[in-house]
Design a protein around this ligand. Structure first.
Ligand SMILES: Cc1ncc(COP(=O)(O)O)c(C=O)c1O
Length: 463
């Protein structure tokens, strides 16, 4: 076998979620051999009950038939426009109609004037993260990304691919990142010789921190970003997976400061993850090497065209169908689409929070959990000393109680763990988005899962 030398390539660490996924089959067998049922509080996937694609496919087909009828084609040999477009090369911005409709609908929902010419299609939010990183890694000089401690595992994985990128992380309190720490970390990164292009965060339904930032904190973050001259990369998969009353919902960074924000929209949670639809949007401008000021969109578009070049126009036109109602009228809002998903997530969230309260609410001295206003996760904290929620602990949860939960420590960037070697080692991420079952059985399964978790937590804490 031939071999080449790649002396500068380093092996990437395996994330804890991957490790859990790899060890799960063996642990599951072990649990089953003891007669234990497996309880899912680990997986962060959309629920099967709200991701059956058949209704969507029927609606998409009807929408396409409607477009064809509107074209009024008489010649059977003539290819309808949406078909021609879906199966051709498109430009990097993808179909214009999809962007125009999305700009209007999303803009209405969030009170923003969105320019469809600045909507850059991405391969999900993951593609948006990757685009942001590759753009600022291109010069090959030291670059620092500011993010939360803890932060999204996918961001850590992408940032970790670049050997000249470092993460400077910011501790959070119950409202969001601590503004003074944010400022201090930006400055520390610059003092270390790094460019600091952006602060990456998930302000709504933070994955994995299990809460949403307050409005006041968002404004404080914008003030720091403006003063220090960094962009805010707002990863927004859970914007619509929202449990707060409309009047209480904080505004996304996109709506507070579009000129300071790069907003990452994804269709994965409001629609379906498989088609990998996403958009990157920003009104920001950037001063570049030659001293000129260019629109961020131009930089990102050049980067995207050198990267994936052609988007998937069929997937984007399919997403366009979702932006229209059953009568093919453009939707006023995406909230009715969200509502088709929220019924299940709202109920699951209630089951988790009520179950934790019933099982552990008598010992606030020993246990704490976040009450998420959005997203899929609650962070559970052991307040009793002596517990280390490491891999061994989580493997034991499966093997001894059948409970799958994710340890939090791996979501803390390396610098946060250097500051506090115990960061996250008293915490677990509990997800309420996924069960294998649907309907009444889903409710029963999740109720049992939470009860099993509470028993396991009491046993671990010795209370
Ligand atoms: C914070 C965050 N960003 C990005 C993603 C991935 O999004 P996409 O499927 O659009 O790539 C997820 C999904 O779990 C997420 O929680």
């Amino acid at each position: 076998m031939a071999s080449i030398d790649a002396p500068r390539i380093r092996r990437q660490p395996v994330s804890v979620t991957r490790k859990m996924a790899a060890s799960l089959p063996g642990l599951r067998d072990l649990a089953r051999s003891k007669g234990l049922k497996i309880h899912h509080l680990g997986a962060g996937y959309p629920h099967p009950e709200v991701t059956d694609p058949r209704g969507f496919l029927a609606h998409q087909a009807a929408y396409f038939a409607h477009l064809e009828a509107a074209e009024g084609l008489n010649d059977p040999d003539q290819v309808p426009e949406h078909l021609r477009e879906s199966f051709s090369y498109t430009d990097t911005l993808g179909p214009v109609t999809t962007r125009e409709v999305f700009a209007r609908v999303y803009g209405r929902d969030w009170g923003v004037d969105i320019d469809p010419g600045r909507l850059i299609p991405t391969v999900g939010a993951t593609g948006g993260i990757s685009l942001m990183c590759s753009l600022f890694e291109r010069p090959g000089t030291p670059v620092a990304y500011i993010t939360d401690a803890p932060t999204y595992a996918g961001f850590l994985a992408r940032a970790g691919l670049c050997q000249h990128a470092r993460i400077f992380s910011v501790e959070m309190d119950g409202e969001g990142p601590i503004p003074d720490r944010l400022r201090a970390q930006i400055r520390a990164a610059r003092e270390a010789g790094c460019d600091v292009p952006f602060y990456y965060t998930v302000p709504d339904g933070h994955n994995p921190a299990g809460f949403s930032f307050s409005q006041a904190r968002r404004e404080a973050v914008v003030a720091v970003a403006r003063e220090e001259g960094v962009l805010i990369v707002e990863d927004a998969p859970y914007l619509y997976i929202n449990y707060a009353d409309a009047a209480d919902r904080p505004r996304p960074f996109l709506s507070i400061a579009p000129e300071q924000t790069v907003h990452l929209f994804t269709g994965s949670k409001i629609g379906f993850p498989g088609p990998r639809v996403g958009f990157l949007y920003s009104d920001a401008t950037v001063t570049i090497a030659d001293g000129s000021e260019v629109s961020f969109k131009e930089l990102a578009l050049t980067e995207a065209s050198g990267d994936i070049l052609f988007q998937n126009p069929g997937a984007l036109r399919g997403f366009e169908a979702l932006l229209h109602d059953e009568s093919f009228r453009e939707r006023d809002s995406l909230w009715p689409v969200a509502e088709t998903k929220l019924g299940v997530y709202r109920e699951n969230r209630r089951i988790l929070l009520d179950g934790l309260q019933a099982g552990l609410g008598d010992r606030p001295d020993a246990f704490h959990w976040t009450e998420p206003d959005a997203g899929f996760f609650s962070v559970f904290t052991f307040r009793t000393p002596g517990i280390r929620t490491d891999d061994e602990f989580c493997n034991g949860l499966v093997a001894d109680h059948g409970v799958v939960a994710i340890p939090m420590y791996d979501f803390y960037p390396r610098d946060a763990r250097a500051r506090d070697p115990n960061a996250g080692l008293d915490q677990l991420r509990l997800s309420f988005c996924f069960t294998e079952s649907t309907g009444e059985q889903r409710r029963r399964d999740l109720t049992e899962a939470v009860a099993a978790f509470c028993r396991a937590a009491r046993a671990a804490a010795g209370v």
